[in-house]
Ligand binder design. Structure first.
Ligand SMILES: Cc1cc2nc3c(=O)[nH]c(=O)nc-3n(C[C@H](O)[C@H](O)[C@H](O)COP(=O)(O)O)c2cc1C
Length: 201
């Protein structure tokens, strides 16, 4: 059996970051399909401690301006990456922001008997890992639907401004993901051979 003919594995291999988008929009059904895929991710204690904020139209343009403007506060290469991020957001018809709700952090000590000193780090890490799984689901769903997307982690540098913009000041910044039809066909970078990152005990 050729495992790479498997549809899911083909999508995993086809996914790569798309940073420039065609003007064509996304239907509401497509956007909700992507978010539903994200929402199916595993999460620590099934707390689903994520929130997805949809940014379209003028709001998305406002975010792009905020990001480009903020790039001036930083030296290279952060300033360049922020400017590029602003351009990606401006060119994508839809941007999805992912925020961690803190639900696991709030309820974790009732759910698990862990040392108080360890609790915050533990639950925060579990929330980040859960949301990372949701983001990857979204990226894979986008690829599978012929769309492109990129995970913009650089916005962490201006996370307070982003959370205020999202009207989620209590949340934890996780990711901002412009999504749309790719401007042109591209190829992702090569990955290290899997043998190089595996060891067997
Ligand atoms: C946590 C995380 C943060 C990232 N932040 C950025 C970013 O700020 N800007 C950007 O252009 N790409 C960003 N990326 C995308 C990576 O650059 C990209 O995944 C990597 O170069 C591998 O390329 P590929 O996604 O095409 O396989 C990020 C990816 C991850 C997982």
């Amino acid at each position: 059996m050729n495992l790479l003919s498997n549809e899911t594995l083909t999508t995993i291999h086809a996914r790569h970051s798309i940073r420039q988008f065609a003007p064509e929009g996304l239907s509401e059904e497509m956007v909700m399909t992507l978010l539903d895929a994200a929402n199916q991710a595993p999460s620590a204690h099934n707390r689903q401690s994520w929130k997805f904020v949809i940014l379209e139209g003028d709001v998305r343009g406002d975010l792009a301006e905020l990001v480009s403007g903020a790039s001036k506060q930083f030296q290279k290469p952060a300033s360049t990456l922020l400017r590029m991020a602003g351009r990606s957001i401006a060119s994508a018809p839809v941007t999805i922001a992912v925020v961690n709700t803190g639900d696991l952090i709030s309820h974790g000590t009732e759910l698990f008997q862990v040392d108080k000193d360890q609790a915050f780090d533990f639950f925060r890490t579990m929330e980040i890992q859960s949301s990372a799984a949701a983001v990857e689901n979204l990226l894979l769903a986008a690829t599978s639907l012929g769309l492109g997307a990129v995970w913009l982690g650089i916005l962490y540098l201006i996370k307070e401004q982003i959370l205020d913009f999202l009207q989620e000041p209590q949340g934890e910044f996780m990711a901002v993901i412009p999504v749309g039809h790719p401007a042109r066909p591209t190829q992702g970078p090569n990955k290290k051979p899997v043998q190089n990152v595996v060891k067997r005990l």
